[in-house]
Design a protein around this ligand. Structure first.
Ligand SMILES: *Cc1c(COP(=O)(O)O)cnc(C)c1O
Length: 241
């Protein structure tokens, strides 16, 4: 066992313990929270070490970087790869072919293309709608920082829900980078309220999933109802540059 393997396993267990503690603090079942380990920026060797530690669910931001890692690890079974980064429309086909989930569905054009390619290969693709709940220019996502304007999303979302090869499971967000994790709380609360709003507007769809929380703020996200956390640095270590 290389020392880095040991380090990934140690940090993974620490993060699991912290998820458990945060869940218990609000009477949630820790088993209801899925952990996506974000391997973007890390080499194949690091992913192999994570696999050797028993990790099976990975998140990548760049389509091709993720596919290269998948191919290098194709001897492993039961591995899931989640696309969590911005997807260019021209990359919709490889995303559909290789990834288990897309967390970053942020526009109709991409939805239409993902739906078309998913149909061609006969699959139904689980997707989350990425929402910008902070209003920062740097963020992708459906504009959702003003609660009074949520109703304006309804047209796009009803179009999305008609795409029969996409399975809309819920919402995803990134909180702003702030000095204290606690400062992310209002943004997680807003995403959850938006989810509740959409569940009322579109009760025919299941809006269960809330993908929110990263290394710096996942405990707060879990307290606010995250069903999926996306954690890189706290498990994999700092990204090499
Ligand atoms: C990089 C990234 C993460 C993980 O970030 P860490 O701070 O390393 O945990 C989560 N989600 C998205 C969308 C990311 O780009």
């Amino acid at each position: 066992m290389s020392s880095e393997h040991g380090a990934i396993l140690t940090r993974y267990r620490q993060v699991l313990a912290e998820i458990e503690q945060a869940a218990h603090s609000v009477d949630r079942d820790p088993e209801s929270i899925k952990l996506v380990v974000v391997t973007k920026g890390h080499p194949i060797q690091a992913v192999k070490e994570a696999l050797a530690s028993g990790l099976r669910v990975f998140g990548e931001n760049y389509v091709q970087e993720g596919i290269t890692k998948m191919k290098a690890c194709s001897d492993q079974i039961g591995v899931e790869w989640h696309m969590i980064g911005h997807v260019q429309s021209r990359k919709a086909q490889p995303v559909c072919e290789h990834y288990s989930w897309v967390h970053s569905l942020d526009r109709i054009k991409l939805a239409n293309r993902l739906d078309r390619f998913a149909g061609q290969i006969g699959r139904k693709l689980p997707v989350l709608l990425e929402c910008n709940v902070s209003g920062e220019d740097s963020k992708y996502g459906w504009p959702a920082w003003e609660e009074q304007s949520w109703i304006n999303l309804a047209d796009s979302i009803s179009q999305l829900l008609r795409l029969s090869n996409l399975d809309v499971r819920g919402l995803m967000t990134m909180a702003p980078f702030l000095p204290q994790a606690e400062q992310a709380r209002p943004y997680f609360q807003r995403l959850r309220r938006l989810r509740d709003f959409l569940a009322l507007q579109f009760p025919q769809n299941n809006w269960h999933e809330l993908s929110m929380g990263m290394s710096a703020d996942f405990q707060v996200a879990v307290q606010e109802g995250a069903t999926i956390v996306r954690i890189g640095t706290a498990i994999m270590g700092p990204r090499p540059d």
